[in-house]
Design a protein around this ligand. Structure first.
Ligand SMILES: [Zn+2]
Ligand SMILES: [Zn+2]
Length: 389
């Protein structure tokens, strides 16, 4: 008798909720996810899968159907946030100042459920499925480390899928789109170095605060005049630090900011323009500007075939009315975009319910009722992908 993924997931549900709540009670920050990794490894081993460690605290496992075919990867994230939980749930975080406020505990439990279900249905697909439990999503560095450690190779991954719960939609609804689902992200620091001096002899100083204010204004010209009005772009200065006196002009200003883009070419162009504007304005007024960009994340580009597969599979499970296939691009980053630079795939959102609180807030509550359906979608996406290639 052929086992139904849905029936197996129903049977696994009590155990999966127990795992989810255990992880919720013991949240760990990026690259500290030791206990979380151990919980995952033990759960995978219980299903008969060999779990291996990657990127310090990451876990991965390969499920081989024993039949030749493609390899598909499914990803979940491990890390919690430095937030003090305020939900009053019976399984509230026991780690002071740390909380699973981004639903990663739920995503881990969902992927464990998928692994459990597909291990029992190995005869229903060909090829291999790689389960990737990635550390450090919140710091934006985990995905690139997984890639550097060769996890997209041996066996080579042909397509990757991932999902995130969201407060934006009703529970049991799915939203995604072909193309840019989430924005690329860069952060930068501009150090403007002038000449300090007393206000009484300000003509002898080179005022970095004045120059900094000119740079803040000029950077907005990139968005309003140097990028297409049809292509969303954000350039925001979020910090302006300088000085400690009423009557003394300081010698340095530090500006920090963030850039969001939906095309990699624009991402490169804007970074060059930020550097040019800051350095040339500073030079024009006799100061010096040093511009530094931190680790960036590319725009997340869902591929067409894989996005259509997710939409079709989800429509079958949730009903057409509960699948949004052309959602607006989210102007926030997600490290999953790093994988999509190398291989095709699709990232999608699952509604967590509007009443469960906002992601990254101390009262956010992951909704256990979305676990089985999300796992059913991911399982069927993997099976349908493998059986159609
Ligand atoms: Zn987050
Ligand atoms: Zn997240």
């Amino acid at each position: 008798m052929k086992l139904s993924i849905k029936v197996i997931l129903e049977e696994l549900f009590p155990k999966i909720v127990e795992i989810r709540r255990h992880i919720h009670q013991h949240p760990e920050l990026a690259y500290e996810e030791v206990a979380t990794a151990s919980t995952i490894s033990n759960a995978l081993k219980d299903f008969g899968l060999d779990a291996a460690t990657v990127s310090k605290t990451g876990v991965y496992a390969v499920l081989d159907s024993g039949k030749p075919g493609k390899t598909v990867a499914l990803r979940a994230e491990l890390d919690a946030l430095p937030i003090q939980e305020e939900t009053n749930l019976p399984y509230e975080s026991k780690n002071t100042g740390k909380m699973h406020a981004c639903g990663h505990d739920g995503h881990i439990a969902t992927l464990i459920a998928v692994a459990g279900a597909l291990t029992q249905c190995k005869d229903s697909f060909k090829g291999k499925i790689k389960f990737i439990f990635q550390p450090a999503e919140e710091t934006g560095t985990g995905a690139i480390e997984i890639i550097k450690n060769g996890i997209l190779e041996h066996p080579k991954v042909d397509a990757i899928f991932g999902c995130h719960s969201t407060h934006r939609y009703e529970a049991l609804t799915l939203a995604t789109k072909f193309g840019c689902l989430m924005a690329g992200h860069d952060t930068f620091t501009i150090s403007i170095q002038g000449q300090s001096g007393y206000v009484s002899s300000s003509h002898l100083a080179c005022d970095p605060i004045y120059i900094g204010s000119l740079i803040v204004q000029a950077l907005q010209n990139i968005q309003s005049r140097a990028t297409s009005p049809l292509e969303p772009t954000i350039i925001a200065i979020t910090q302006f630090h300088s000085g400690n006196s009423y009557n003394f002009i300081p010698d340095e200003v530090l500006l920090n900011g963030s850039i969001r883009t939906i095309l990699s070419t624009t991402q490169t162009q804007i970074k060059q323009q930020v550097t040019k504007i800051a350095t040339e304005i500073a030079t024009a007024f006799g100061a010096k500007a040093i511009v530094k960009f931190e680790h960036g994340i590319p725009p997340m580009l869902n591929s067409q075939e894989e996005t259509e597969l997710v939409i079709k599979t989800a429509q079958h499970i949730l009903g057409k009315e509960n699948v949004m296939s052309t959602m607006n691009t989210v102007m926030a980053p997600e490290g999953f975009s790093n994988y999509l630079e190398y291989i095709p795939g699709c990232f999608f959102f699952i509604g967590n319910g509007l009443e469960q609180g906002m992601l990254h807030k101390s009262n956010y509550k992951f909704n256990d009722e979305i676990i089985s359906v999300t796992a059913e979608i991911l399982s069927n996406v993997a099976v349908n992908y493998l059986n159609s290639h």
